[in-house]
Design a protein around this ligand. Structure first.
Ligand SMILES: *Cc1c(COP(=O)(O)O)cnc(C)c1O
Length: 404
């Protein structure tokens, strides 16, 4: 066994076939560059799906990992720990929230959020108030509860009976929302900008109306900021660009820069419904994860970095528009901050994966958001030179397909 070559072929031998990874295996990264087993270099516009928010092997994070790694990795939640408390203080100081629950992934943070929303309603208004309103194309994770709240049947179908009490409405449809809300609604769950669903921004009027309807019906507004949070859209959290505040917010992905860590934020009043023993996690809030997330927040939550996100968006947008003028391939370049989508025009509909593979072959990592959208979610610190170099590769990849 020790002599078995570690190749992509081994994946098919030993891994559950739920993923279809690329033919190459990355082995190291630095900033916004990655190298594979053959030392081929890639510019990283993917950020590990909006995760590596400050880039690969960031020296401050490596130092934090080593320092905390030599101190204390884990203790059960029967004791608290310094990094968790420091991180919780920073998150509550920086947001609407008074209280934090730590988890290990976006799906788990959402699971906690959805359970809390139901529990709070049952505690305060009775068993009947348990219905969740969610949206088509939404993505909230892969646990049974989160695929049920998510609005993509391809993720929820085929696993037996779905959870009950969940209604899916078209995103940004105020009328549908007004009609669907009732005394039984315990929560509206939404992404402030749908990521996996195609980089679709919420209309400010839609979020505002959702907030008002929640207030009228004693329901909670749950914002899933797993992808949009931790500075990705140019403010620490996306809701900070609106004039509303959520009741519950979840954050993961960029929070740990690749180290698994997530948080659910809420108010003191709502948090009361997660009383002792109601919910928990073995790893959630462990000192190693929290020390890294604290370092990420310290790096990201500065005026310079957040302003840089908006500036880099403009650079991406101008560059993508210039490519599109030379080689038309998309109908819209959209998104906010460093969560950018190129919606393919009718001619290339359904072929986003081909663009991804063409770029990869030439040394650029991008993402897709469904079959029709090329998605980019690079490090918030990506140097302008890497943006420019990556766009040159993207243009070559686009030409390969468009001029074929
Ligand atoms: C990625 C994502 C999740 C799921 O996070 P995991 O860490 O994969 O469980 C949930 N919600 C949104 C909006 C996401 O983008």
């Amino acid at each position: 066994m020790s002599n078995t070559p570690v190749t992509r072929a081994l994946f098919d031998d030993v891994m559950v076939p739920n993923y279809a990874p690329a033919p190459v295996i990355p082995v190291r990264g630095k900033g916004s560059r990655i190298w594979d087993q053959n030392d081929k270099e890639y510019i990283d516009f993917a950020g590990g799906i909006a995760v590596t928010s400050v880039g690969h092997s960031h020296p401050k994070l490596v130092a934090t990992l080593k320092e905390q790694g030599e101190k204390l990795w884990h203790i059960a939640n029967v004791m608290t720990n310094e990094p968790a408390l420091r991180l919780a203080k920073k998150l509550t100081d920086a947001t609407f929230a008074d209280k934090v629950y730590f988890a290990n992934s976006g799906g788990e943070a959402n699971e906690a959020a959805f359970k809390l929303a139901r529990r709070y309603a049952v505690d305060n208004f009775g068993e009947e108030k348990n219905e969740i309103i969610a949206f088509e194309q939404a993505f909230h994770g892969r646990t049974l509860f989160t695929v049920s709240v998510g609005g993509q049947p391809k993720y929820s179908a085929g696993f037996g009976p779905a959870l009950e009490g969940i209604t899916h409405l078209p995103y940004n449809d105020i009328k549908a929302l007004e009609t669907a809300m009732s005394a039984k609604t315990c929560a509206i769950v939404m992404e402030p900008l749908q990521g996996e669903g195609g980089i679709i921004d919420a209309d400010p009027a839609f979020i505002k109306r959702a907030r008002e309807l929640c207030d009228q019906h004693n329901a909670l507004l749950v914002l899933d900021e797993v992808q949009t949070g931790a500075g990705r859209l140019g403010t620490l959290y996306a809701y900070q660009q609106t004039d509303i505040m959520p009741d519950i917010l979840t954050t993961a992905k960029g929070l740990g820069n690749g180290f698994p860590v997530a948080a659910m934020l809420t108010t003191t009043k709502i948090a009361k419904s997660l009383a002792i023993g109601t919910h928990g996690s073995t790893y959630g809030g462990n000192p190693l994860a929290c020390s890294i997330a604290e370092a990420v927040i310290d790096i990201v939550n500065t005026p310079e970095v957040l302003a840089g996100v908006a500036a880099k968006f403009n650079r991406f947008k101008a560059g993508l528009e210039a490519i599109n003028a030379r080689v038309p391939f998309c109908s819209e370049i959209r998104g906010k901050g460093l969560l950018i989508g190129c919606a393919l025009n009718d001619e290339y509909k359904g072929r986003a994966g081909e663009f991804l593979r063409a770029a990869q072959g030439k040394g650029l990592l991008v993402l897709i958001a469904g079959p029709n959208v090329i998605r980019m979610a690079p490090s918030l610190l990506i140097p302008d030179a890497d943006i420019d170099a990556g766009l040159v590769i993207l243009e070559a990849a686009v030409r390969d397909i468009v001029e074929a």
